[in-house]
Design a protein around this ligand. Structure first.
Ligand code: UTP
Length: 285
């Protein structure tokens, strides 16, 4: 069975981006003209992952509305002859069939993924965190998929990070095996002297179904949350888990500075806004 299912956990509190995320979801923050979650869905579809489930929580209705048909808006745009905008808007509701499951309380990323267990069933599946925006020629999910298809194993996306930033991420210990990086261990948000390497997980994963069983039995870890990292560390002791160094530009758009950088970089690349934005930045320097 080809890999088609992907889980987007979107039920976190987004505390790093308060007050913007007080009443609206972090995943709806806009980079140039599209919300983060749409970039994530487009990346998944480009990698052949067209069965999508979003794990949502309180205050996340805007995500469902975004991917729904907005009949009134579409009618108004058509009547006003705004065909280009109509196409942009109606394409979103046609782009994918999306299911939603609810995480009743934000008990951690691992718990959020486990909320989709019934929907995932007994096949391998992908997970993506939409606030990690990755812009690359080969979609990041496809980079993982290639290694999954080669090995049949779980694969996680990695990036080299400066030492002072490692304490914000899951950090892995790896060993080289047949030209691939095999995970030996993974630690959630390590202190600088405890980080096993400078390779951090950046929100792209493919898992064998065994991960769901491990999450089901998982005890709360760091911060009292059910940690995905702990389940990955256990999985790596039981069966091969590989790491892939993701190629492309990556932004942690779930915090204000990363978000501003993403908007600046994508804004400068935009065919209409790039040149005036560059002029504007130059004037301010
Ligand atoms: P983060 O670690 O970024 O947490 O979660 P957060 O709550 O969203 O944001 P901060 O750190 O407080 O600013 C990583 C991903 O896991 C989801 C989030 O929505 C995000 O996509 N998540 C996290 C859940 O779905 N449920 C949870 O209980 C925790």
């Amino acid at each position: 069975m080809p890999l088609r299912k992907i889980v987007f956990p979107t039920a976190g509190l987004g505390t790093r981006f308060l007050p913007a995320t007080k009443a609206s979801p972090k995943e709806m923050l806009t980079i140039v003209d599209k919300p983060l979650i749409q970039y994530g869905v487009e990346e998944a579809l480009a990698a052949g992952l067209d069965q999508i489930v979003m794990v949502t929580g309180r205050g996340k209705r805007a995500i469902e509305d975004h991917f729904d048909i907005s009949a009134e808006l579409e009618k108004n745009l058509r009547q006003a002859g705004k065909e280009e905008l109509y196409e942009k808007v109606s394409r979103i509701s046609r782009m994918a069939n999306i299911s939603y499951v609810r995480q009743k309380q934000p008990l951690g990323l691992g718990h959020a993924v486990a909320c989709a267990a019934h929907w995932v069933g007994d096949k391998s599946f992908a997970v993506a965190l939409a606030d990690e925006l990755i812009i690359s020629d080969v979609p990041a999910m496809q980079q993982l998929r290639t290694v999954h298809e080669q090995t049949g194993a779980s694969v996680i996306g990695l990036r080299q990070m400066p030492a002072e930033e490692l304490s914000h991420y899951g950090v892995v210990d790896t060993v080289e095996e047949n030209g691939l990086l095999r995970l030996k261990h993974m630690v959630e948000k390590p202190q600088p002297d405890e980080a096993p390497s400078n390779l951090a997980s950046i929100g792209r994963y493919i898992f064998t179904p065994r991960l769901m069983a491990l999450l089901h039995d998982a005890a709360p870890g760091r911060g009292g949350e059910i940690q995905l990292t702990d389940a990955i560390a256990t999985l790596a002791r039981e069966e091969p888990v590989y790491g892939v160094l993701i190629e492309g530009e990556r932004f942690d758009a779930g915090n204000p500075l990363g978000f501003l950088m993403a908007n600046t970089a994508l804004g400068l690349n935009h065919p209409d806004y790039g040149s005036p934005l560059l002029d504007f930045i130059r004037q301010r320097l």
